[in-house]
Design a protein around this ligand. Structure first.
Ligand SMILES: Nc1ncnc2c1ncn2[C@@H]1O[C@H](COP(=O)(O)OP(=O)(O)OP(=O)(O)O)[C@@H](O)[C@H]1O
Length: 198
């Protein structure tokens, strides 16, 4: 198959949506299909790695002290606290990848989207929605990565995320991830749309 030319729109892509909705799954497909086009914005986190996760690939795993230090230096475009852990996207990470000509992909949650919108950071905002809250719960339990306590916290937070997604003008595109292939095609169509349509 001939290689697909990169999208004409190079603005970073901000993918948000409740935990367990399938953001990671969709992003992985995009990267697998177009390995040289996108660059993942690897977030900083103070949480411990899950089995199989690698430092610098899934997250930059840092101490709470190191995180606070970078935040004090205004080094994050967005940061948030979930439970007892902190998450953030460093400016340096985005700038490095954009300078290499990549379309940077950010996987962040509601508070991060609010912060990025408030900052006026130039980006395209995509919200991934579940077909239903019941299906979201099924997926969270099905992936077998979270403790019961965390699942309940994620489901409570999901309600806030879904409510926020109804705010007009926040997201440039909302995709319901019911059937994975259908959702993936919608995402690709949006990402590869000419500049003036997105
Ligand atoms: N369309 C779909 N139909 C059924 N299952 C799906 C679909 N999309 C993703 N899943 C499954 O749902 C689970 C959660 O997906 P994933 O881990 O990608 O979510 P996420 O939004 O990245 O979560 P988090 O924000 O917590 O990282 C996974 O087990 C994944 O295989």
């Amino acid at each position: 198959m001939a290689p697909v030319p990169p999208p004409s729109n190079k603005r970073p892509l901000v993918i948000s949506g409740p935990s367990g909705v399938g953001k990671g799954t969709l992003i992985k497909k995009l990267f697998n299909d177009h390995p040289d086009t996108f660059a993942f914005s690897v977030s900083h986190t103070t949480r411990l790695p899950r089995d199989g996760e690698r430092d610098g690939v899934d997250y930059h795993y840092v101490s709470k002290e190191a995180f606070a230090d970078l935040k004090a230096k205004n080094g994050f475009v967005e940061s948030a606290q979930f439970g007892s852990n902190f998450y953030g996207t460093s400016k340096a990470t985005i700038e490095e990848q954009t300078a290499k000509g990549k379309v940077v992909v950010l996987d962040i949650e509601m508070e991060g989207v609010k912060q990025m919108r408030a900052s006026g950071f130039p980006a395209r905002f995509v919200f991934i929605a579940p077909p239903s809250e019941k299906e979201l719960e099924r997926r969270l339990r099905g992936r077998n990565t979270d403790k019961e306590e965390d699942i309940l916290k994620r489901l409570a937070q999901a309600k806030n995320e879904l409510e926020y997604s109804n705010t007009p003008g926040v997201h440039d595109k909302i995709i319901v991830n019911r059937d994975l292939e259908v959702a993936y095609n919608e995402l690709k169509d949006f990402v590869y749309a000419p500049v003036d349509q997105s």
